[in-house]
Design a protein around this ligand. Sequence first.
Ligand SMILES: [Zn+2]
Ligand SMILES: [Zn+2]
Length: 496
Amino acid sequence: MMNTRRIDNDASLLPQICNGHQLNHCKTVSCIHFGSTDPQHYVLQRNNPNKPMLVCKECGAFPPIINNHDVVEEALRLKQQQSSGMPACSNPDCENLGLPVLTHRHLYHAFGFSGDRQRYRCKCCQATFVDRWSGFNSKNLIQQKLLAMLFTGYPVRDICRRLNMNPKSFYDQLSHIASRCRRQLAMFDARLVKHVPQLALASDISELQPNSGNGVLWVASSEAESGYVLAQDINYQPDEHEECSEWHDPYSNGARFMAPPPVQLVEAPNTMPQGLLAHIDAVYRQIMARPNFEDPLSSKPRLNYPSKGCLIRPQYTVYAHYMHLQQMLEQNEELAIYMPQETLLRSACISIFCDRIKDKTIHPIYVETDPEWQHGQHAGRIDIVLMGWWRDRWAFTRKNDISKGICHLGGEKDNEGKWLEVATHRTITQYQQRFQDQFAQFINEPRRKLRPGGLLPLLDIYRAWHNLCRQDRDGITPAQQMGLIATPLTLEQLLS
Ligand SMILES: [Zn+2]
Ligand SMILES: [Zn+2]
């Protein structure tokens, strides 16, 4: 279908601003128009009506266009997902709607008990509600058994047989456990962001079910050293959405909802060259070859679109992921974010934190190493290489022919030695890898490939278990390393 919209005045050059967010701007940090939302600084090219392009008049960069309203809506969806099932005012006319008691105590009064469950009253509208996850958990024992078997790789049908339950009650229990886990996490997350004015995060993005080709991507961020996972999101919602489109039209609200894309001809990727520098160069080429370089799915020859629910264009989930983090980290003073070389992570990060890039209170950093690199070594000789279309300034060092490279995406030029030593995204990369290994059986069940919704509760449970229960070689959990709690939680404690 031809797109007949005409855009010929400055006012409509950039998609409409939403809640103060205009994420369309030049993303070349060294350009004088970096972050500018003045339409005069750009020209819109519409050679291909399905792929409008914004070009910076100064540096010639052409950042893909994104719908601001859809990013804000997506951030709201991610937030609601995280607080789903938590006690909060549910009066649709009340301004406290959906704000959980656990993280917004000042908005509610404790208001007696219902049985042994805590009751609350909303200070704003006086409505009362019960915290259904407080008080004694009569299912604790069976839930512990269920989790223990799931974590040791039993198939769902075996767990059901051994615990004498049908699949429906298995999934009901799983979602109850997930609610309890989200409740526990909310308290620790709030403590973490409050107590750490200087924070280093590690981000990564990977396929949720690598063998399925279903287009569900999983973006996650953890504290870089301890591995405490602060946020993780996927570009899939279990609810259907009425209007989805094959083509991305960033000038229409609802642009994030993706219809099953047509099969397309894509050149087979060349084999990855050896050597870190050549590898990074090849990744730049692959990314530039994407029809939309902020959308990793745009270069897939075909997708096995989920049979239920709806895919979200990944750039919206990733921008929203950082928007949610930005809201959580309002009190943060200095932030580093380490990430693998992926333009989507870079663009989302520097757009959302644009003001902080200008203030130099944030350090977004690409980190790539040879697999054998030992973390924490001092950098020896440092070589600077400008790479990719963006002329990104990479710093490389090597020890015994094993290399590490970093690139400060905020434009800082005098601290390469420090970043080469400390920057790493290994904690989050390993977290995602362990999930794939631990739950291979569950993730790869044939019917689950087109039904990723069943994995949503498992993701919350896994994050809680990883942060609060899982001990490293020294017997320490990520929550302990962050000073949030003195001992590991047992499964029993996690579920109570
Ligand atoms: Zn520019
Ligand atoms: Zn209320």
